[in-house]
Ligand binder design. Structure first.
Ligand SMILES: [Zn+2]
Length: 391
């Protein structure tokens, strides 16, 4: 038996005026998904447990079958693990966005772009190196900066710096920039202000300062193999998701054309999944960020296109390839909604789809409206639904 988990990040949405009051999942042309739903089981899952922040870290931890209420310590330490960083017990990791904040209006300014114009990874790495040289380890400071992907980087600091309230910048889009508060808030704000002088020298990068948030200690996660009894791998372009793979001992496959953006290599991810499963893994997670990015941008057309790319460039060949290998079960679910009209994540339950190649389920439609009346299962129970042998 082979198992596949498909995660179109943040694909769940709400009715949108530009789509005639329908959701992207209702509008997108997805014949393969439609036929899978017609023979499978659709339902609703609370991938974000009550009271927890609706981040991809929390949602994907749920999808991997770990209860975030038990295992989640923060977002940044997961990304740090993806970068191969070891966070000592007396340290904390912060997520360090390259962001664009307009201070001209006074006060804390306006969050113009939490992603700093999506710098390319190489250009961003030069900026992060300069930050580390001038404000971090290179300057003898007790903090250090570590490059990640595009606008997403990591700062490591002594434990005491964790004592602050930091607002995720993607929750501030186009609104007032709410700077860190609490005992360590001023120290963090100082670093953020100082970073403006460093960024000012990088004309090719639109971002003009760092934004620090998502701090936490390194979590202790039992391995995927020990927890679920199968050997698993994943492909993703996002450090946050890759870090969960690293921390749980999954085989993390790199696909060179995986960008975390609309232009990602869908076929490359599909082929990586099939090759890994054919090579002996029992379970594989395919994560694509494009739907989430489109949601954050409020870009209706790109969100619909990303869904159609899933269907045409992943699901079609994936189902055929799995069929060649024998019996398979598939779970498709986002890690949270990213509604276009809100441009940020919500905590609402998401639609999920389970398909078994051997037996037909009750069938249904994989959309938000079609699942609103379904009972809600806990997100971290989806894995046992997938791994349980049919019925
Ligand atoms: Zn997400």
């Amino acid at each position: 038996m082979k198992y596949v988990i498909c995660v179109p990040d943040g694909c769940a949405d709400e009715p949108h005026p530009d789509l005639g009051g329908r959701t992207p999942l209702e509008v997108a042309d997805m014949p393969v998904l439609r036929s899978l739903a017609a023979r499978g089981t659709v339902g609703r899952a609370a991938v974000i447990p009550p009271g927890m922040p609706p981040g991809s870290d929390v949602g994907n931890l749920s999808i991997l079958g770990y209860d975030p209420a038990v295992h989640h310590t923060g977002r940044a330490p997961i990304e740090a693990a993806a970068l191969g960083l070891r966070i000592r017990p007396d340290q904390v990791a912060f997520r360090c966005n390259l962001s664009t904040v307009d201070l001209s209006g006074g006060d804390g300014g306006t969050m113009v772009d939490f992603a700093g114009g999506h710098p390319d990874t190489e250009a961003a790495a030069e900026v992060v190196a300069a930050l580390d040289a001038e404000l971090g380890a290179g300057a003898g400071a007790e903090i250090s900066f570590h490059p990640g992907v595009q606008y997403r980087h990591v700062m490591v600091a002594p434990e005491s710096w964790a004592d602050a309230v930091c607002v995720p910048p993607h929750d501030l889009s186009d609104g007032p920039a709410v700077w860190p508060t609490g005992p360590a808030g001023e120290r963090l704000s100082e670093v953020m202000r100082a970073s403006r002088d460093v960024l000012a020298r990088f004309g090719a990068v639109e971002a003009n300062q760092v934004w620090l948030w998502g701090q936490g200690h390194q979590p202790q996660l039992p391995s995927f193999r020990a927890t679920h009894g199968v050997d698993a791998g994943m492909v993703t372009a996002v450090d946050l998701v890759r870090g969960l793979g690293v921390l749980t001992g999954m085989e993390v496959v790199e696909v060179p054309g995986a960008t975390g953006w609309y232009d990602t290599d869908y076929e490359g991810k599909r082929d990586a999944a099939l090759a890994a499963l054919d090579g002996g893994l029992d379970l594989f997670v395919v994560h694509v960020e494009a739907t989430d990015e489109a949601g954050h941008a409020g870009n209706v057309a790109e969100k619909v296109r990303a869904l159609e790319n899933w269907d045409r460039r992943i699901l079609d060949g994936l189902v055929a390839g799995l069929g060649d290998m024998g019996d398979w079960r598939l779970l498709l679910t986002p890690d949270h909604p990213t509604p276009l009209h809100l441009k940020t994540h919500t905590t609402d339950p998401v639609p999920y789809l389970l398909v078994d190649s051997r037996t037909d389920g009750p069938g249904g439609e994989y959309t938000e409206p079609a699942t609103t009346d379904s009972a809600v299962v806990a997100g971290h129970d989806l894995m046992s639904l997938l791994l349980s042998d049919g019925s």
